[in-house]
Design a protein around this ligand. Structure first.
Ligand SMILES: NC(=O)c1ccc[n+]([C@@H]2O[C@H](COP(=O)([O-])OP(=O)(O)OC[C@H]3O[C@@H](n4cnc5c(N)ncnc54)[C@H](O)[C@@H]3O)[C@@H](O)[C@H]2O)c1
Length: 477
């Protein structure tokens, strides 16, 4: 295909499409619909797991933005110092607990928010559902197929609906891709290439803490890739049926000539390129370092620990029930952070990417980029753009540009919360809201990939739980 004059295409595009198109597809932060009527009783929230995600995104920010609709009635963590810090940081007035059962019995919440270490999510999800409470869990739903099956059964018995916080779905960029796929402009999709690059700051951060231990995180194929597999399932709109994967640990962990206890007191500080000074971050000092004497949770652990047993490079092939085949990879020590995706259709091709540095005029500071991506206190919109290319097999391409939102996972975080707390009944044309089946289907790909790496054989998802993969993802009521 001959590319058209780029400058012309670009000008024409800005004149005809522009950011407004994408922005119109989903309610933007701060512009939620408020339906007049009788004031509702405030929802009583309890939260378990007051680490960084629980304290900031599901804690302080929820109180700041939705205090007309919710009250926190209890906070729980196994670390007494961290849960006290969380209460103060959130400006909450509720009691704190180190015993989950006691919190639930004493506070009788309407909704439980689960933000603990991944491998423990199932304990609280199942107990919450058994108590008849609405449960919202952070991703990943869980870390193995046995726990997954137990969660599915608990939900069926409870009659309550479990919500899974898949924030990436809600971003304007991911939503625009969904909209374009729904329009079927590139024809029926036959294959997808999806490659995700974690840079040496963000990628390394997973190896400093519990994420590096497979019994806690299920490996990054579950902890991190659950986001990516969920996006694939949602975009492709079919269920995964079979997975084959390779993975290895070649960079972090035991693969190094020296190692220390933790960055703070490491004798190798000057020669280790990954040295990270946690003492410059007051929030992390207050949340973790000041409370490590309670439970030994070291936030700035050595990346070269022998105990690390997850993969740092991963390649996964996924076959879907509608015959789409996916090539996915996850890299954890890239010089830049970003991703690339291509959908090959019968009539053309949809391509997109995020943060590929040589496509930018500006020089991207990778350390700062990670910090901004994880920022959960503000929503920053800048003048940068996301790009999507739509190509017809026999015509010129069309470039679509969307104004970029960097903070809070591409702007997805706040839209997710708006739908949960402010507008639960708002129209959801692209089915952003995710439940247990979505949570399960995404972690089952990662679990199957893990099993495939270990066995050297393909793994069928129908062999893992009683969920039956369907050609078109069913609508869950
Ligand atoms: N959706 C996203 O983009 C996103 C971003 C960050 C984290 N997360 C998820 O949020 C969860 C928390 O992540 P984090 O970064 O805050 O981790 P973290 O380590 O900062 O916090 C986890 C907390 O859980 C507590 N905990 C562990 N086991 C417990 C138990 N049995 N009972 C009570 N408390 C327990 C720990 O003491 C800690 O305070 C994880 O599941 C993670 O996958 C999601």
């Amino acid at each position: 295909m001959k590319p058209t004059n780029n400058a012309l295409t670009r000008r024409k595009f800005i004149a005809t499409t522009g950011a407004a198109v994408a922005g119109a597809m989903i309610t933007r932060p701060g512009t939620s619909m408020i339906i007049p009527g009788k004031p509702l009783a405030k929802k009583r929230l309890a939260l378990v797991g007051t680490g960084i995600r629980g304290t900031t995104f599901w804690g302080r920010r929820v109180l700041e933005n939705y205090s007309d609709l919710i009250d926190f009635v209890g906070l729980c963590d196994i670390n007494p110092g961290r849960v006290e810090f969380a209460k103060n940081y959130m400006n909450a007035t509720c009691p704190t607990f180190t015993n989950f059962d006691e919190m639930m019995a004493k506070t009788k919440p309407d909704m439980l928010i689960v933000t603990t270490v991944d491998a423990t999510h199932h304990e609280f999800i199942i107990k919450g559902l058994e108590m008849g409470v609405e449960v919202l869990t952070e991703k990943p739903l869980t870390t193995d197929e046995v726990k997954c099956q137990k969660i599915l059964e608990a939900e069926r018995k409870s009659g309550k609906k479990l919500k899974v916080g898949f924030n990436y779905r809600y971003g304007p960029h991911t939503t625009k891709i969904k909209e374009l796929l729904v329009s079927n402009e590139v024809g029926n999709i036959t294959s997808v290439d999806f490659h995700w690059y974690l840079n040496v700051y963000h990628g390394a951060s997973y190896f400093r803490r519990w994420h590096g231990i497979r019994s806690r995180s299920g490996t990054l194929l579950v902890h991190k890739a659950t986001h990516h597999f969920d996006l694939l399932n949602w975009w492709i709109d079919s269920d995964p049926v079979e997975v084959f994967a390779y993975g290895d640990l070649e960079h972090y962990g035991r693969n190094h000539s020296f190692r220390g206890d933790k960055c703070r007191n490491c004798p190798h500080q000057t020669k280790c390129k990954f040295y990270w000074d946690i003492t410059t971050d007051q929030m992390l000092m207050d949340l973790y370092v000041k409370n490590e004497h309670f439970d030994g949770y070291i936030r700035d652990n050595c990346l070269w620990r022998e105990e690390i047993d997850i993969y740092d490079k991963m390649a996964v092939q996924i076959k879907y029930a509608n015959n789409v085949q996916v090539s996915y990879s996850l890299t954890t020590y890239s010089p830049y952070e970003g991703w690339r995706i291509t959908f090959n259709g019968m009539n053309g091709r949809l391509e997109s990417w995020l943060d590929i540095p040589w496509r930018k005029d500006e020089k991207i500071n990778q350390a700062e980029l990670h910090a901004r991506e994880m920022e959960q206190e503000a929503t920053e919109t800048n003048t940068d753009y996301e790009e999507i290319i739509m190509m017809n097999n026999f015509e010129n391409y069309r470039m679509i540009k969307l104004s970029k939102e960097r903070s809070g996972h591409g702007g997805g975080d706040q839209r997710l919360q708006d739908q949960i707390f402010r507008n639960p009944d708002m129209p959801d044309p692209f089915r952003h809201a995710a439940g247990s089946r979505d949570g399960a289907m995404s972690v089952l790909i990662g679990i199957a990939a893990r099993k495939s790496i270990e066995s050297g054989k393909p793994v069928r998802l129908e062999d893992l739980t009683d969920l039956v993969p369907e050609k078109v993802r069913p609508v869950m009521k």
